[in-house]
Structures are given as structure tokens and as C-alpha cells.
Design a protein around this ligand. Structure first.
Ligand code: GAP
Length: 511
């Protein structure tokens, strides 16, 4: 069985994630998180927030509305240009994004995507058969061959690509004159730029500083696929870090904007290390110059080796001052920042005061880190998934597969499970149940399981990634101690009941 099928099967069986509106045959690209999925997703978000916001004194948080007026999305360029090139296979009636056809390499797929959007912009006067022939011949000229249908691996008859806008358009208010057009946000960063002034002033932040947001984003993807990897509704975790432009930084001896870009890329790689994502499953893929937005100085993907191959997990982008400039121009509000410290440094270095004031009043340059919670969820599941035979063999039973999710303990949806060995040691008035409640009171997500053999109970916890299982046995009644079994080492330690909550909290802190 393919790993992807195993993961989606496990997610559905154990209530991590299942298709939205499943009893109505579902809605492609929309997913619902069940009880364990919610815990895992929240832990991922909490880990990110802790790493990117809470532990830093120069990054603040924001939680903006999911919907925004048309003007915002016109200014950001999404209404005009957030397009994918869509084609239909005339034989099979399937629909694909141009880069989803079968190419000889990922590189060619990217080249085809960039080429197509450019070609469509330059050849709007062509239509019908003429456009079709011209386009496919031009694409062949560009990459050296015609791409195939990805499902059959064979050539087919494709339509000329059409541009398809990925924004979800909304009508806000009653129909008629009062109704207003709005859009579900396609990325969480735009409201950060729009709220730049209010957030900066409210938090008394000084450049360099960042604004972070975790929230839903919506894209009407042509072909949602690969489970949570490409969804139509997904959660983004984005941080926009505002720094001095190079013309100021070079004179004040501050880090250049590219230094900041390198810094954040390194921080994001350290974050994945802290999450215990194996190094060999991550790589940095810089965007080639032809793929860079015209305003961007640099950009890269942090790619992960998903079960279906390497794919973008996160983007780190040098966005220049493009977004603030656009919103300044379209809103008519001055978004420039007066940097009194830079001005003082410039004057101290001998610059004329008026000139220093002018240079120190600028639109900050933005370095962005942007990652999907769903892609992280899928990546962590794939990295954590393991099967072994060790325990069943040890117990002398027929060897079958133990599924275990080796999550970082802070990410694991359930931290500890308490097992009374016998029903006689169970029940709400029992000491085992009291221990379970104590763990909950200590802030740990815990389960109480008194059904089936201990082996089966271990299995249930292993396959959801619970790091610690605690068995309360008959001896516990006299020695006031329990056995804690570690998910990964399978080591079993006898520990005084009273010490268990603090011990687990300290293991969690040091994990
Ligand atoms: N603000 C920049 C931005 O949105 P992006 O590369 O379009 O850049 C950033 O998206 C991240 O959001 C991606 O690296 C990915 O983790 C996530 N993402 C984008 N589209 C997605 C989709 N359709 N489904 C799930 N996650 C998605």
C-alpha cells in the first residue's frame, strides 16, 4: 500500500481529517479536522506561534477578518493577476493546470507555467484553432516537446489555455445598490500590509519588526489534490518582517535586506529541526530569476519530500516594498515610516539634517515567511509514520505490524494515556481515574482507556502518536507507583504516582 493511502486511511479511521460533507459525496478541496486532527493542528499552530511570535520581542500578532473589500485585492494584484492557466483535454474531458501535464522534469513544468501566462498576455488577439496551434507549437519550441496527459502518459488534444482567477468573489450586503463586492482572502499577508500602520502604532513597534498571522486562506484551485497539500480552503501561518531599505541600511551600518532574508531562511530551517523533521527530507529550492515577481529580490521554497515526491512546504520571500507601496497608492493613505534612530545615525555620520530626515522616512522592505498548516500537518504525519514488529514479537504473539506516529511530543495530539490494568482498578472513583484527571488539570491532553488488552491499548495510542502510556496495576494499590512506557524507546519506568504530572511536564519542556 502506498504511504499516501496509509496516511489518508489512518486519518479517516482515527478521526484526524476527513472530506468535508462526506455524506453528500464531499466537496473537492475542502477538509474537516476531527477530534485528533484539531489537537494536532492546534499544536502545530501553537508551535509556530511560540517560535515566531511569543519568544521574540520584535514580532507581534494579528488576527484579521477573512474577507476584505475589492479595493484591497485590486491593490494587491490578485483581482487582475492571481490566475492559473487552465486547459481541457478534448478527448478525456479532464481539466488540468498547465503545469500538471506530464513533462520530462519539474523544471519543464515550471518553465511551461511561466511561459504560458506570458504567452497569454501577449497573444490576446488570437482565438480558436489559430490560437490552439500557435500556443502548442510555441510551447514545444520553448521546452522541446509536447507534454502528455498525466493520467495516460500519452499525447492528447488539449484546448488553448485560459486564464482562471483563483479568488472567491463574494457579494456583501443585500442585492441592489447597497451590495458591495468583497473577496475571501487568498493569502493572510495582505491584511497585514493593510493593517501595518494600526498594528505598528498600537504595539509601538520600531523597524525592524514583524507582524504574524495564522488564519484561513481561500483559493479556487483548478485541481485540488494530494489530500491537504493543495486544498481550496487552508490555514496559512505567515510572518511579514519589515526592515530598513538597503539605501538606508548601507549608511547606518545595519543588516542589508538580503542579510535579513538569509536570517529568516536560516530561522525557518532551524524551526524544522526543532520540530524534528529529518534533514534529508527538506531542501531549499531558490526561485530562478524568471520565476521571481518583478518586485522581488529573492525567493525560495523550502521543499519537503512528501509521499508523492518533493513539493513546496513553505515560501521565504523578499517582497521589496511592493505591497506597502501598492496599498499606499490605492488607499491614498501615507504608509511611510519615520525612522528617528536612522535619522540620528545619519546626522551623526555627518549628513545634512534635511537630507537625513528624507532618507529616514521610507516604506520598509518586507521579508516574508509563509507556510500552510495543512502542508505542515501532512509533512509531519509523513515524517512521523512508522511501522514495526518489535512489540508484538516481544509479547510472543503473532508478529503483525505496529503502526506508530513518532511525533515530537509537543505536536502529539494526546500526550499521555492512563490504562488501569483491570476493570477492578477502573471507574470514576478509582486512583487511576484520579491520575488521569490530574494530568488534564496539569494542562496535558490525556486519555483514559480501560477497554481490551494492554497490548491493544498501546496500539491505539501508538497509531495516534501518544508519547507516554501509563499503566496502573494491582501493585499500584500498595506501592503508589505506576509504569510509564515510552512510545519510541519502549522503555518502562516505575514512577511514584504523585510525581507523574511534573515528570511528564518536564519531559515535554525538554523534548
Ligand atoms: N503570501 C505568500 C503566499 O501566499 P504561496 O506560495 O502562494 O505564497 C504560501 O503560499 C504557502 O501556503 C505555501 O508554501 C503552502 O504551504 C501554502 N499553500 C498555498 N496554497 C495552498 C493550497 N492550495 N493548499 C494548501 N496549502 C497551500
Amino acid at each position: 500500500m502506498q504511504l499516501m493511502d496509509k496516511l489518508t486511511g489512518l486519518c479517516k479511521r482515527r478521526g484526524f481529517v476527513f472530506p468535508n460533507a462526506d455524506i453528500y459525496s464531499g466537496l473537492a478541496g475542502f477538509w474537516d479536522y476531527g477530534p485528533l486532527g484539531v489537537e494536532l493542528a492546534r499544536n502545530i499552530e501553537a508551535f509556530w506561534w511560540d517560535y515566531m511570535v511569543r519568544r521574540r520581542d520584535n514580532v507581534v500578532g494579528l488576527d484579521s477578518a477573512c474577507i476584505g473589500p475589492e479595493a484591497v485585492w485590486v491593490a494587491s494584484g490578485h483581482v487582475g493577476a492571481f490566475n492559473d492557466a487552465l486547459i481541457d483535454d478534448k478527448n478525456s474531458k479532464e481539466r488540468f493546470r498547465i503545469d500538471q501535464l506530464q513533462y520530462q522534469s519539474e523544471d519543464d513544468a515550471e518553465k511551461a507555467e511561466v511561459f504560458t501566462l506570458q504567452w497569454l498576455g501577449e497573444n490576446q488577439s488570437l482565438s480558436g484553432q489559430e490560437a490552439e496551434t500557435a500556443f502548442w507549437d510555441a510551447l514545444k519550441g520553448h521546452i522541446g516537446y509536447y507534454p502528455n496527459n498525466p493520467n495516460t502518459g500519452k499525447p492528447s488534444r488539449f484546448t488553448v489555455p485560459r486564464q482562471f482567477n483563483l479568488m472567491f468573489k463574494q457579494q456583501i450586503g443585500a442585492t441592489g445598490e447597497g451590495a458591495q463586492t468583497g473577496y475571501l482572502r487568498a493569502e493572510t499577508c495582505q491584511p497585514i500590509f493593510v493593517d501595518f500602520e494600526s498594528t505598528r502604532i498600537g504595539s509601538r513597534s520600531k523597524v525592524p519588526f514583524g507582524i504574524a498571522q495564522i488564519g484561513k486562506a481561500f483559493r479556487n484551485e483548478i485541481n485540488p489534490r494530494n489530500f491537504l497539500f493543495r486544498a481550496r480552503e487552508f490555514t496559512q501561518m505567515e510572518m511579514e518582517f519589515f526592515v530598513r531599505p538597503d539605501e538606508v541600511a548601507s549608511q547606518t551600518g545595519d543588516k542589508s535586506t538580503m542579510d535579513w532574508y538569509d536570517y529568516w531562511l536560516e530561522q525557518r530551517m532551524s524551526y524544522y529541526k526543532a520540530l524534528r523533521v529529518p534533514d534529508h527530507r527538506l531542501k531549499i529550492a531558490p526561485h530562478p530569476p524568471e520565476k521571481l515577481a518583478h518586485y522581488a529580490k529573492a525567493a525560495c521554497d523550502i521543499q519537503f519530500e512528501f509521499p508523492f515526491g518533493w513539493g513546496e512546504l513553505e515560501g521565504v520571500h523578499h517582497r521589496g516594498d511592493y505591497d506597502l507601496r501598492q496599498h499606499q497608492q490605492h488607499s491614498g493613505k501615507n504608509l511611510s515610516y519615520y525612522d528617528d534612530e536612522a535619522e540620528a545615525a545619519l546626522v551623526a555620520s555627518g549628513m545634512d539634517k534635511a537630507e537625513a530626515r528624507k532618507l529616514a522616512t521610507y516604506l520598509p522592505v518586507c521579508i516574508e515567511t509563509s507556510v500552510g498548516q495543512g502542508r505542515t500537518f501532512l509533512a509531519l504525519l509523513a515524517a512521523a509514520y512508522d511501522e514495526d514488529l518489535q512489540e508484538t514479537q516481544h509479547e510472543g504473539k503473532e508478529a503483525d505490524v505496529r503502526i506508530v506516529l513518532r511525533f515530537h511530543p509537543r505536536i502529539a495530539p494526546v500526550k499521555a494515556a492512563v490504562f488501569p490494568l483491570s476493570k477492578k482498578l477502573s471507574g470514576e472513583g478509582s486512583a487511576s481515574y484520579a491520575l488521569y484527571r490530574e494530568l488534564i488539570d496539569a494542562g496535558l491532553t490525556a486519555e483514559f482507556d480501560d477497554a481490551g488488552s494492554i497490548g491493544k491499548r498501546y496500539r491505539r495510542q501508538d497509531e495516534i502518536g501518544t508519547p507516554w502510556c501509563i499503566t496502573y496495576d494491582f501493585e499500584s494499590e500498595t506501592d503508589s507507583a505506576v509504569t510509564i512506557r515510552d512510545r519510541d524507546s519502549l522503555a518502562q519506568d516505575r514512577v511514584a504516582i504523585n510525581d507523574v504530572p511534573d515528570l511528564l511536564l518536564s519531559k515535554l519542556r525538554s523534548a
